[in-house]
Ligand binder design. Sequence first.
Ligand SMILES: *Cc1c(COP(=O)(O)O)cnc(C)c1O
Length: 365
Amino acid sequence: MIGMNDFRAEPEALRQQEFAALERVLRSGWYVLGQELKTFETSWAQRCGVGFTVGVGNGMDAIEIGLRAIGIGSGDEVITTPMTAFATVLAVIRAGATPVLADIDPETALLDPLSVERCLSSRTKAVLLVHLYGQMREMTGWMALCAGRGIHLLEDCAQAHLASVSGKVAGSFGTWGAYSFYPTKNLGAIGDGGALVTHVAAIAQQAQILRNYGQTERYHHPELGLNSRLDELQAALLSVRLTWLEEFTARRQQIAQAYYAGIKNPHILLLAQPAAAENHVYHLFVIRCQQRQRLSAYLTEKGIANLSHYPIPIHRQPPCQNVRCDPNGLVQAEVHAAQCLSIPCHPQMSDRDVAYVIEVMNEYK
Ligand SMILES: *Cc1c(COP(=O)(O)O)cnc(C)c1O
């Protein structure tokens, strides 16, 4: 079976470095908010080209903390996409704000700017972009739209570690970027983890307060915060895994190129390729097929794992049925949800695996 991921096949050298990090933390006797976290925060900020990283418990908390850190909450609207992990929208709701859903561009499944314009209101405080599947597109338009309205541009980068546009990395365009280090993400911990990245010192400082019960100094709580910290063990393991991220990302991009060159089947539609290679880090390789269920069953039978990201758009989830949407509807999101299928694209795949996937995809009738 070719899986969507294969952590057990990771290089032995990586495993040994992880054991060393594990031992270092265990022997240090310091497990929360220590030097390992500081070290990782510094290197991640540097890789993202921002001044500050604040490690938190997971990606969803990074978004909630990010919103609260800039004072977005009750009565405020945040425009985002219905084609994302539920966590994106749940975090907006957890922060007390109101999500508003705009439609997507069918070529990329990313937010459609014209639809976002239709969703703007006097209560709009931010546009929360999701760099879905690991892809980024032209960012100047989004920056201009938000700057022109005096609202925040926010980035959900949970799938887009090291994706960049014109040399600028995901999370460095907006007021902040939120990362997840869930194990399956391109940079994954051995458990849960997340981070907020920002250029703004005051936002980072507020996020540090919020992740730690709203505490400023010991036992002083001017805010009602969360308990959402990236622990020392995860930070140490992430520091190790970060040294492999470029190599793993390059392999994902190589596999994607092979798919673009090799998959030729009139029943299978590939998403648009990005303008530049570095715009897409292929957290997922997603295709569209009118008979998605049938293709999925066929691939499974041939020993190729596959999943849909995402089969149910946010506005079709029971708690979100009354969420305000583009008045023109979310037609493209519904089509994409019905047709999308993710096929294996992870750094541990061999050239033989890749060739086999292409062959099986091309034989589908
Ligand atoms: C994974 C993911 C999240 C949530 O991250 P967690 O660490 O699982 O909380 C949020 N947004 C997107 C787009 C994701 O893929």
